[in-house]
Design a protein around this ligand. Structure first.
Ligand SMILES: *[C@@H]1O[C@H](CO)[C@@H](O)[C@H](O)[C@H]1NC(C)=O
Ligand SMILES: *[C@@H]1O[C@H](CO)[C@@H](O)[C@H](O)[C@H]1NC(C)=O
Ligand SMILES: *[C@@H]1O[C@H](CO)[C@@H](O)[C@H](O)[C@H]1NC(C)=O
Length: 502
């Protein structure tokens, strides 16, 4: 008996070793990790209509990989955007309090002082800056002081340029889709060799387009070179101020009032038939730099005007087109308003207000938007619906539904006549709110870019075993496994034979 143990023990040990070895080598490295310690980062997206806070996290030991940073949670601040607190001391700071308190609770205390906190304001503050630069600076200082009063690592409270906003949206989309580098099953970082995809963002006060291009960008303001993971990407990025959906709706009203004249009742072909609301000329229409050029020489800002819907697809479309300018291009080609744009290329992701408009259109019509003619057919149908049909079908409030015909036509003109998407390229747009568990917007790309979470250089350091040696080691373990098994079998048979003989 003693002889048998001493004979089998080494073989069993070898067998176990080989199995453990094979498991270690073959299983994805990620699965073998103990639960990781996380680092956190906070971004406040101070938009024109509201402020959102995003908390991101990533494993403390892995900073550089794409797809490593994920969204931990999100918080929507109550009330309007910070620019809506112009002239209200303390209002903007107070509006951020609830979300910041949530961040204090959600992020482990030991990480607070390491957690970068940054606020980026967009077109709402760009517009306020045109009207009153001192008040804009005061507001920024106010929110900065508020952010500094929390235990996090305050980085900045700043107004992003339109170009930056577009480019950060592009970084977000491609990071979430792992188009830069990919962590493969063997634990290596690879360039997946995929084409990047373009980003289409529709906010309240501005709209952005950004995509990779090989064409010459004739206006250098629209060109951006991003170095990520050792690759250089040449991006075209453009932001149109006053072409966010809220400011577009204002311009449409201003345009209608300008053409029909200032009178107590104005008809709006983009509102559902019979639908009517009362608006104030000042606060609802002309109190914005975006409607300046439509402003009548004399008007009473307090005057109420009743806007009555006629639900007329064609007239609505014609009026929407008149908001854009398609002539006066000083480059080889333009999108609109004299802005240079290369041909759109590859796939796109459309998010923010694009996503909601798209889901309203498909919910209201059940028409798949696979071509320009399908899009037109769907919008025609929508503009013919009454407000009660719309609210019934979508379960949404009147205040959202009243503008669906106008916004859909706006998006149609923007994408087709503006950016020049056609039969072939329109179906390549996917309308999404989230990707990889995170909200799609500029916030993630902004944090990644400004916190060195995406390195400019390649990931030489991060590379695990290259494929050759890895296969060799796996082969070795399998050989050991087979030898140990064979040896065990042999001993078994030998002892059985011996027992049989006894
Ligand atoms: C700008 O805002 C400040 C502070 O609210 C105010 O005192 C000032 O009158 C404003 N200036 C203009 C031009 O509206
Ligand atoms: C406006 O709507 C109300 C109901 O909300 C209706 O009674 C009124 O007749 C409408 N006015 C016009 C001019 O259509
Ligand atoms: C991330 O990349 C930077 C620069 O490429 C490098 O200095 C740093 O050590 C890397 N961090 C990790 C955790 O590998």
């Amino acid at each position: 008996m003693a002889l048998r143990y001493s004979q089998t023990l080494p073989a069993v040990v070898l067998l176990i070793l080989a199995i453990v070895g094979i498991l270690l080598v073959a299983l994805p490295a990620k699965n073998m990790d103990t639960p990781p310690e996380y680092m956190y980062g906070i971004v406040l997206d101070a938009g024109s209509s509201h402020t959102s806070m995003y908390i991101y996290k990533w494993p403390a030991d892995k900073q550089n990989g794409t797809g490593i940073v994920t969204q931990h949670s999100e918080c929507n601040a109550q009330g309007g955007g910070i620019s809506s607190y112009a002239g209200v001391r303390g209002g903007a700071a107070e509006s951020l309090k609830a979300c910041l308190e949530q961040a204090v609770k959600e992020i482990p205390k030991s990480r607070h002082h390491q957690t970068p906190l940054q606020l980026g304001a967009t077109a709402g503050m760009r517009l306020l800056n045109i009207v009153n630069a001192t008040e804009t600076q005061r507001l920024l200082k106010e929110v900065e002081n508020k952010l500094r009063s929390y235990p996090f690592k305050f980085k900045e409270a700043t107004i992003l340029s339109g170009q930056e906003e577009g480019a950060y949206g592009w970084v977000t989309v491609n990071y979430l889709l792992e188009n830069f580098v990919k962590y493969d099953f063997v634990g290596r970082w690879l360039n997946p060799g995929r084409a990047t995809i373009g980003a289409l963002d529709l906010g309240g006060a501005s709209t952005q387009i950004a995509f990779e291009t090989s064409e010459k960008v004739e206006n250098k303001d629209n060109a951006m070179e991003l170095k990520l993971y050792g690759q250089t990407y040449r991006i075209y990025t453009q932001s149109f101020l006053c072409y966010g959906q809220d400011q577009f709706l204002r311009k449409l009203l201003a345009h209608l009032i300008k053409t029909e004249g200032v009178k107590p009742q104005v008809s709006n072909p983009c509102y559902p038939q019979q639908f009517n609301i009362s608006i104030k000329l000042g606060e609802d229409v002309f109190d914005s730099p975006c409607t300046k050029k439509y402003r009548p020489a004399q008007f009473n800002p307090q005057m109420s005007v009743s806007v009555v819907g006629t639900g007329d697809y064609q007239k609505c479309l014609d009026n929407v087109k008149e908001i854009f300018s398609f002539n006066n291009c000083s480059y080889s080609k333009c999108s609109f308003d004299g802005v240079f744009q290369p041909n759109v290329r590859g796939s796109f992701m459309a998010f923010s207000a694009y996503f909601f408009a798209h889901s309203y259109i498909t919910n209201l019509t059940s028409i798949p938007l696979t071509s320009p003619s399908q899009l037109e057919k769907a919008i025609r149908l929508i503009c013919n619906l009454t407000i009660s049909e719309m609210t019934k079908r979508t379960n949404q409030k009147e205040k959202h539904m009243k503008n669906v015909c106008a916004i859909s036509n706006f998006i149609q003109v923007l994408l087709l006549q503006g950016y020049k998407f056609n039969e072939h390229s329109l179906p390549s747009i996917s309308f999404q709110k989230q990707a990889g568990g995170a909200s799609v917007g500029w916030a993630l790309g902004y944090m990644l870019s400004r916190s060195n979470l995406v390195p400019a250089e390649g990931l030489g350091l991060m590379k695990a075993l290259p494929l050759g040696p890895w296969a060799g080691i796996l082969f070795l373990f399998i050989a050991v496994l087979l030898i140990a098994l064979g040896y065990l079998l042999m001993i078994c048979r030998y002892t059985r034979n011996k027992q049989g003989m006894v």
